[in-house]
Ligand binder design. Structure first.
Ligand code: M6R
Length: 363
């Protein structure tokens, strides 16, 4: 069943157009009921969101925070499940507690949910890839992603389908709160429906990514930069690279460069920049200049219609199209491929990286 692929991770990366369209297949229109019976009254009752997750699922929640605050105008707090479960927090009974998980069996995420309930939280929703999981059973509402079974330890298709589910949630919340018109909601839904074919076009960039991976396989460290909703994508790119290629990688919001990490930049520290064509592009370009001026080598995922070209110390890959708020779903794909091909170059065990388990069901 692996044919024609060499690894499950590779298969799962290339399955993303299918996984995304399956995740959207039953969505005829935006409605709170996509999240289960009674979701409308829950969405009406809540005034904020508290999202709890681990690892890659946590990064999808970080992207969702940007979407939900900017489009649905609802305040969102995102917290790592293993931190939340043990700290003294101030519960807001009007918050909707959302847990996100590929497996639905991650010990810390389950414990965080139970902790939230013990503090009096009653509004709960899960975004999960396994309909029969403990997490789904224990939450009042749910959205089941249809990534299909994910075998590679490094999560790929689960992440992009979680993002699709979060975007649906954003639109359903905006609808319930009356902050977007039906026409605006439909426009966003159309853009989401186009994402599977947009992802397909991004996957065609693989040969260019392979040439970047040749450089990365010879490095010991890498820095990932992004701004706004692409900062979590930089985090996810760094996590993928460290998990499977064992290269030390860190991600920063690009505006933080001068506050410390710039000291690390040398010709031996490749800097990956996620550079969508958004309001922060000009700021990002000046961050890139700061890196180049110190001899750093940039690997830039430039958006369609930006004027960023390959040059001395700058390798640019141009994304096929610009997707507005959905651009994180597209920009993560080359980073998954970069991690995969770098790991191939290093000869590591891509599907079963050392020391890691697919589901972390113990603390
Ligand atoms: O099954 P979950 O989504 O709850 O798992 C959470 C993390 O353990 C998981 O995302 C982990 O970080 C992956 N190995 C990342 O690739």
């Amino acid at each position: 069943e692996l044919e024609p692929y060499q690894h499950y991770m590779q298969k799962e990366i290339f399955e993303q157009p299918r996984a995304l369209s399956d995740t959207l297949t039953d969505v005829l229109e935006i409605s709170p009921e996509l999240f289960g019976d009674g979701a409308y009254s829950t969405f009406k009752a809540i005034d904020s969101l508290l999202i709890l997750a681990c690892g890659t699922s946590y990064y999808s929640a970080l992207v969702a925070k940007y979407w939900i605050e900017s489009l649905a105008k609802i305040p969102v707090q995102v917290e790592i499940a293993s931190e939340y479960r043990y700290r003294d927090s101030v519960p807001n009974p009007r918050a909707l507690v959302i847990t996100v998980s590929q497996s639905g069996e991650t010990a810390d995420t389950l414990a965080a949910l139970r902790h939230a309930k013990s503090l009096g939280h009653q509004h709960t929703l899960s975004i999960c890839n396994v309909a029969t999981s403990t997490l789904v059973r224990e939450c009042r509402h749910s959205y089941i992603t249809r990534a299909g079974v994910e075998i590679g330890v490094a999560s790929t298709k689960a992440f992009t389908t979680q993002l699709a589910a979060f975007f649906l949630l954003t639109l359903a919340l905006a609808q319930t709160k009356g902050v977007l018109s039906e026409a605006q909601i439909n426009e966003h839904l159309q853009a989401l429906r186009h994402i599977p074919s947009a992802v397909q076009a991004v996957l065609a960039l693989e040969p260019q990514i392979i040439s970047w991976a040749d450089d990365f396989a010879r490095m010991d460290n890498a820095l990932f930069l992004g701004r706004g909703m692409h900062y979590p994508i930089a985090l996810e790119g760094a996590l993928k690279l460290k998990e499977i290629s064992y290269i030390h990688a860190e991600a920063y919001p690009a505006g933080e460069l001068k506050h410390g990490p710039l000291a690390l930049v040398t010709s031996q520290m490749p800097v990956v920049v996620v550079a969508p064509n958004d309001a922060l592009l000009e700021k990002l370009k000046s961050n890139m200049q700061e890196v180049r001026a110190r001899g750093g080598v940039l690997y830039v995922l430039a958006d369609a219609n930006t004027h960023i070209h390959s040059d001395k110390g700058l390798h640019a890959i141009r994304m096929p199209e610009h997707s507005g708020p959905l651009s994180p779903i597209l920009h993560v794909i080359p980073l998954q491929l970069l991690a995969y091909h770098t790991a191939l170059g290093k000869g590591t065990d891509v599907d079963k990286p050392r020391n890691l388990a697919k589901s972390v069901t113990v603390e």
